[in-house]
Ligand binder design. Structure first.
Ligand code: PLP
Length: 395
């Protein structure tokens, strides 16, 4: 007997588990308790960007764990400072605040935004976010998540939060005014179905952020740290944000996130305003430094873009060969969505039989977010299995 039965018994059921018991991982592969090896095309939901058992990450983790695993925020730690320095030196950010997860990054950003606004006027507290967005599950970030289904049972949520339609500037101008302190937006909506932000739309929002003096906050928790072929996803667009929130990939599998804050707001929080016992964990930061250094590498970033285009082209060929199953493949770099409509669950199930792990988001989008260092050989293996599945469905 494995451990799945006891998972149901002892852990509050907030997730529907995949009925396999994974006991090992290696690169883009994971192995179950019976020795069956799967290729993982969603890498722990865009977390394991450099695969399992990555030698450099393991080495950094062991080195740091041999010194200390935790101190407290009464002390600065070398791994945290080293990681903050490389982040600031390579991005728009002037300073960062560390967290332990994506939702916490957004919670911290909400607090920065509210204080930024209130320092200017007591009524400048409005926050805007997009319909169909996803920013997390704690109460603040849940409020800015534009999906009613996640909110209803937990209302009342934060006051003074309003939504606009993603990529619709008319809808945006209806809700924006001088009382807005921040706009939260994903560069690519992840849970919303891999929907990319429109270049002109975000440029307009940037112009309005200057006119009305609000913070433009880009949530890159899923799309950041190299995933789109740029270190940060906003670099694909012609804007500079005031805040970028990151997490997921940054800790190499460890719980680690950050608020990257630009000039306008990097000194808004002062001692006593915000905190966390665990963040930044020194071991997570040591792993994070390896991840960030790798993800800043121009050669890797170019490869991420190329591999994304390669996968897109291959999927489009499959779509042409077996029409009526795949309606669209979209996204940037190695953050892709394949719309397989009503066939999505069947494709996912058949993939498991063929040793391939796929993830579905927004009901009918197969989300392809593999490790950034996936090889062409591995990509070809994925394409081969995927084509077999589509071919079977087509029969
Ligand atoms: N923001 C975005 C864009 C996300 O995709 C997610 C998680 O999927 C979050 C925030 C929340 O992150 P976490 O689950 O680490 O709290």
């Amino acid at each position: 007997m494995g451990f799945l039965e006891n998972d149901d018994k002892y852990i509050i059921k907030t997730y529907n588990r995949t009925p396999i018991e994974l006991v090992d991982g290696d690169g883009v592969f994971v192995t179950d308790i019976n020795g069956k090896r799967y290729m993982d095309m969603f890498s722990g939901i865009a977390v394991n960007s450099f695969g399992h058992k990555n030698k450099k990450i393991l080495e950094a983790v062991i080195n740091q764990a041999n010194k200390y695993i935790h101190l407290s925020n009464y002390f600065a730690t070398e791994p945290a400072v080293k990681l903050a320095k490389i982040l600031v030196e390579n991005t728009f950010a002037k300073k960062i605040f560390y967290t332990n997860s994506g939702t916490e990054s957004n919670e911290a950003a909400i607090k920065i935004a509210r204080k930024y606004g209130r320092l200017k006027s007591p009524t400048k507290t409005k926050i805007l976010s997009a319909v169909n967005s996803f920013h997390g599950r704690t109460c603040g970030s849940l409020t800015i998540t534009g999906q009613k289904k996640y909110q209803v049972d937990f209302e009342p949520l934060l006051p003074n939060v309003f939504s606009f339609i993603f990529n619709d500037i008319d809808s945006f101008t209806e809700v924006v005014d001088g009382d807005v302190c921040a706009v939260f937006i994903e560069a690519i909506q992840g849970e919303g179905g891999i929907v990319e932000i429109d270049k002109d739309f975000i440029k307009e929002v940037k112009i309005l952020s200057e006119k009305y003096d609000f913070l433009l906050i880009i949530d890159e928790i899923q799309s950041g740290i190299g995933r789109t072929g740029k270190f940060l996803a906003y670099e694909n667009y012609d804007i500079v944000p005031d805040i970028v929130t990151v997490a997921k990939a940054m800790g190499g599998g460890f719980p680690l996130g950050a608020v990257l804050a630009g000039e306008k707001c990097c000194d808004v929080l002062v001692p006593g305003d915000h905190g966390t016992t665990f963040g930044p964990n020194p071991v997570a930061c040591a792993a994070g430094y390896v991840v960030v250094e790798e993800a800043l590498n121009e050669v890797l970033l170019a490869e991420v873009s190329d591999k994304g285009i390669y996968i897109k082209n291959k999927i489009q060929l499959i779509s042409g060969k077996y029409p009526g199953i795949i309606s669209e493949v979209r996204g940037l770099g190695l953050m892709l969505g394949i719309n397989t409509g009503e066939y999505s669950s069947k494709i996912k199930e058949e993939a498991m039989d063929k040793n391939l792990l796929l993830n579905i988001t927004a009901e009918n989008i197969i989300r392809i977010v593999p490790a950034l260092n996936i090889s062409y050989e591995e990509i070809n293996e994925f394409i081969k299995i995927f084509e077999e599945i589509i071919q079977n469905i087509n029969k």
